[in-house]
Design a protein around this ligand. Sequence first.
Ligand code: ADP
Length: 450
Amino acid sequence: MFKKILIANRGDVALRVLRACQDMGIATVAVHSTADTDAMHVRLADESVCIGEAASAQSYLNIPALISAATITGAEAIHPGVGFLSENADFAGVVAAHGLTFIGPRIEHITAMGDKVEAKRTAAKAGLPLVPGSEGAIADLDEARKTADKIGYPVLIKAASGGGGRGMKVANSQDDLAEAFSSARSEAKAAFGDDTVYLERYLDNPRHIEIQVIADAHGNVAHLGERECSVQRRHQKLLEEAPSPALTPKERAEIGKIAAEATRAMGYLGLGTMEFLYEDGGFFFIEMNTRLQVEHPITEAITGIDLVVEQINIASGAPLSFTQDEVRFNGHAIECRINAEHPTSFLPTPGTVKDFHAPGGPGVRVDSFLYSGYRIPSDYDSLIAKIIVHGDTRAHCLARLTRALDETIITPMPTSLDLHRLLVRDADIASGAYSIRWLEENFLPNQQND
Ligand code: ADP
């Protein structure tokens, strides 16, 4: 096992990895930008290294600085967290070239899944059902037209390098196609430096359901059930739950088995998430994330498995601590993402936190780096806290979540807490009757944008 791990990230995920290391008796190295000198992950780590200026490109994305930090502190492995370099195959390669262990999947799988066109090809080969769409990248408008005619409108033009819901445009008919095609390309170019796009049928009213998979280097593979992530705005998740209120036990067992078999067929290593759209009883693969997910705690809550500990074990060469047959799903869990942003306009609201009070009591977990007096920098993602609640049943979980949200205090800035307080009391949430469009249609009717 590793003696020392460097955590190449910040915020709640840096704390999450730090806690797993501490539970395992592994020493930790935090890295931070000049904007994060007072951050909680820096305060709680055994050692810390400043790796550059506030801008991510100069710090959390600065590969030479990260490698130097690992070398001078004698860290043996690097955990990339979520976001930043977590799905960057070049980084994983440089880490390995310096004799360090990258806590994540094999480089070939990061590369394949990082390009969504290649990801769909790999998924199809591994036996996963796909959203009907183009065979590969779409070269020009003429090809887009032909493909759209074949699969039928509405269609979605998506960036091959896409992420975070960006570079995605809907065309409802041939009339919209030229505009959607060129704006998807220019958005993709601006956001990812790559204007490669592909085309998919735009599903009317699907749910987003993803499967957590995990594999070690000894041939052990398992799935850890699904997460329902349909409560979204601008294609970004806001509230997640496990299990999904939409699936029957039979559907759950089937898609879990399909995902685990695909994981084995790919020769995948480590933790991964296969994302599907689910409509009329059918599953359609959209992408695979080759890293820990923000919403992983709800899987931990219902399985009792520490996913970060498993990740570290797998990277050190140890086998999974459980077999598929030993996985037991227990009760229901929901995660609310609390962002420092206006609850309906979603404009970021960074600034100094005056009061922070986290909820507590049975079944409540809070993953947050906030403290009273902490200054939320404007340079990074707006996620400031995750409230994760576990209950015996879905109704029990919702009752606990309602009290947990009501106990929480974050002042003075507006956050998404207010929106979550409305959501948890909503009849459609109570009955589980929602799809990926539900939030925008019901709570943000003037904000639908694709
Ligand atoms: P990203 O990597 O940018 O998050 P995804 O491919 O995971 O992109 O899609 C993000 C979200 O966009 C999905 O959860 C879903 O809400 C919506 N979406 C993606 N593909 C489709 C599609 N073919 N039809 C309808 N909605 C889609």
